[in-house]
Design a protein around this ligand. Structure first.
Ligand SMILES: C[S@@+](CC[C@H](N)C(=O)[O-])C[C@H]1O[C@@H](n2cnc3c(N)ncnc32)[C@H](O)[C@@H]1O
Length: 666
């Protein structure tokens, strides 16, 4: 059960395919720890509709999880091993992943304050006020390969026999990733390489050609994957050929019925006074006439009537050039830097899964895969390491589910029309949010570095691109707080030290926590330094080190909220909200912003309320998520209340993704 706080171990089948790619530090993944998950939020607004669903459709769903979408916040290596340890081994029917591409870029998401136009440069910090680095995509080649190898191995364990995995990549790594997949799935698991033409060219074109496509590698676990060959609609040009019409207006064109091969004696006969070698037998010709499928030219030659409305369409090829990328005007745009179009993922989902199947994306970004799966009646599991990604996904799914449930109530669920595929009803009207290996992921990296330096007394060195400062005689590196210290971080450190052969100082690493594998890596490293070799490593783990425990609680956002019972309702009034982080940034650009933030609501992205909070899992009863950026949250809410005393919890998420939770028993 996911609630049990114990660490299980998950076994991973070794990869046996050939050829095998080799890189520095390649390690198999035989057994890895599976950490418990912490259930942090539930969105289940329409319990009655959920209850209407037959229970047998959930029969394959592991008992450890509530019935509904699962959104995990954490490093996908840990989330995938958690899923394996909790009943999802062999249960996932389709996986789409769109991992970092090793593109050497920092992906930045633009976040504006609500209600006002609020992005301006802040001196000395490369990013505008409202921008947040969503994730860093800068890797050393070998680290990237090990990172992807481990994830692909774990994903294979989750796949059902008839399942496929769709791996989105580009020219930076597609050749390596194909080798990795050949090794993990064996070359016979290869199904397709789809080329998606993203019409907007990318990157600068100082050298070579402008890149206009991505690759999507498709692999299957078993030999007979679910596959519904998709068709494309015929082009306007093709349709223009249907110029004739039946009296009821049904459009058709005619096809030749004369065989191109004269050497077919059994098809050589007279039809309506005309002797020809026909394409069909006389018997078939009579049947076509009976069914009204023949027309005769002025010379009496029979032709076949082909109706426009009967066409299935053009079979899809591996070149997908009909789906544009998300542009600035797209209705589905949620301002996530690498957001993919829903139509792209829709095509994969209808091709390689059935309604009621389980779809997984462990690099979900702003939730496109979950959104598509939800709309197409599939169950979904999603994961991202980035807090902003989780919040954006949660918000997106809340809106979709609310709309679907409303339509279902009114008996008019239309579903998405996709090619010839009409979406079935919804599989679920709820989802839960989980956190695995509970790291405090709240703090932005630049800020975390500043705070850690101030708190621990590190002398910051801004000129060093790798190390963050010095502590006494030691060099200090601060590991981003959105993940535990892993062997990958250590390999990066090793590489850096290899490039500085004269560096004789010892190293202190600062992190929130660390993986077991990182601990043994460091023990090994230090053992080899016993004879007086330099660069001994020690680690300060902020989560567990009593000396630094106060650090994590630094400067939280605060809210002043009145919660009371009045006139048969619970009345919630948010009187004020202050995010020190946002204010600090505004202070840096005083003249421009001081006068503008007159309303606390411009700092708030959304508000959620649970009227019966159990102190553990947040059940969203009301969510105030303004759709447009120019709109503000209301701040005043009337809710019906449970008969007995209960704890009301109000969660506020600000425009930089920080959360404040205020509770009161009323
Ligand atoms: C290219 S984006 C995915 C975009 C997504 N397809 C969409 O339409 O929004 C890659 C995502 O992977 C996430 N990511 C990177 N490393 C991760 C890890 N170790 N575990 C989980 N998510 C990770 C990033 O935070 C980012 O949101």
């Amino acid at each position: 059960m996911a609630k049990k706080k114990k660490t299980a171990k998950v076994k991973i089948t070794p990869a046996k395919g050939r050829p095998m790619l080799s890189w520095v530090g390649k390690r198999p993944l035989r057994v890895i720890p599976a950490f418990p998950a912490q259930h942090v939020e539930t969105y289940d607004p329409i319990r009655d509709l959920q209850a209407d669903k037959p229970t047998d459709i959930w029969k394959d769903w592991p008992d450890a999880y509530p019935k509904g979408g699962l959104l995990f916040h954490g490093d996908n290596k840990e989330v995938l091993s958690h899923l394996l340890a909790n009943g999802f081994r062999g249960k996932v029917d389709l996986i789409y992943i769109d991992p970092p591409f090793d593109s050497g870029a920092d992906y930045v998401r633009r976040v504006e304050l609500r209600g006002i136009k609020g992005t301006a440069k802040i001196d000395g910090e490369g990013y505008t006020l409202g921008e947040q680095i969503q994730y860093t995509d800068i890797w050393a080649n070998d680290n990237y390969l090990q990172f992807m190898y481990e994830r692909i191995l774990l994903l294979r364990e989750l796949l059902a026999e008839q399942a496929t995995v769709w791996l989105h990549c580009d020219y930076h790594k597609s050749h390596y990733l194909k080798c990795l997949c050949d090794e993990v799935f064996s070359p016979i698991g290869f199904v397709e390489e789809v080329v998606w033409k993203r019409s907007a060219p990318r990157g600068n074109v100082i050298k070579g050609l402008s890149v206009a496509h991505d690759s999507i590698l498709v692999y299957s676990k078993g030999s007979d994957p679910t596959w519904h060959p998709p068709f494309l609609k015929y082009s306007q040009e093709y349709k223009a050929r249907f110029t004739q019409a039946d009296p009821d207006g049904r459009l058709y064109t005619t096809d030749n019925l004369i065989s191109p091969n004269p050497d077919r004696p059994n098809l050589d006969y007279v039809w309506k006074g005309v002797r020809k070698v026909w394409r069909v037998t006389k018997e078939k010709m009579r049947e076509l006439e009976r069914k009204g499928r023949l027309v005769h030219t002025s010379g009496g030659v029979a032709r076949y009537k082909r109706y426009l409305d009967e066409l299935e369409g053009q079979p899809l090829t591996t070149l997908w050039d009909d789906i544009p990328p998300i542009n600035s005007q797209a209705a589905e745009r949620v301002n996530y830097p690498t957001q993919k179009p829903e139509r792209l993922i829709e095509r994969m989902v209808v091709t390689a899964s059935d309604p009621g199947d389980t779809v997984l994306d462990c690099f979900v970004g702003c939730g496109t895969t979950a959104a598509v799966a939800q709309k197409l009646g599939r169950y979904w599991i999603a994961c991202d390491i980035n807090r902003g990604a989780i919040q954006t996904t949660a918000k997106r799914l809340q809106n979709i589910i609310t709309e679907q449930a409303e339509s279902t109530r009114q008996g008019r669920l239309k579903g998405i029309q996709s090619g010839n595929n009409v979406a079935p009803g919804t599989a679920q009207y709820a989802f839960t949010v989980w956190r695995v290996n509970d790291y405090n992921l709240n703090i932005q990296h630049i800020e975390a570095v500043n705070l850690a330096c101030e708190y621990i007394g590190i002398d910051q060195t801004r000129s060093d691109v790798f190390f963050d400062g010095t502590l006494g005689k030691k060099l200090v590196k601060i590991i981003p707080f959105n993940h535990p210290l892993t062997p990958l971080d250590l390999e990066e450190l090793k590489k850096e030290l290899d490039a500085r052969p004269d560096e004789d100082r010892d190293i202190t690493l600062i992190c929130l926590g660390m993986e077991l594998a990182a601990q043994s890596w460091i023990e090994d490293w230090n053992r080899h330094r016993k004879g007086g070799a330099p660069n001994h490593i020690d680690v300060i783990e902020l989560c567990t080190d009593p000396k630094y425990a106060g650090f994590i609680k630094h400067d939280p956002a605060t809210a002043k909220i009145s919660i009371k019972r009045a006139k048969g309702k619970i009345k919630v009034e948010i009187k004020n909200f202050i995010s020190p982080t946002i204010v600090k940034r505004l202070d840096m650009e005083h003249s421009l912003f001081k006068a503008k933030v007159t309303d606390w609501r411009s700092m708030v992205d959304c508000v959620m309320i649970d009227t019966a909070y159990d102190g553990n899992v947040f059940n969203v009863v009301l969510s105030d998520v303004p759709e447009k950026k120019t709109d503000l949250v209301s701040g005043n809410y009337d809710l019906s209340f449970p008969d007995s005393k209960s704890t009301v919890a109000v969660k506020i998420i600000d425009m930089l993704g920080e959360e404040v939770l205020v509770t009161k028993e009323v």
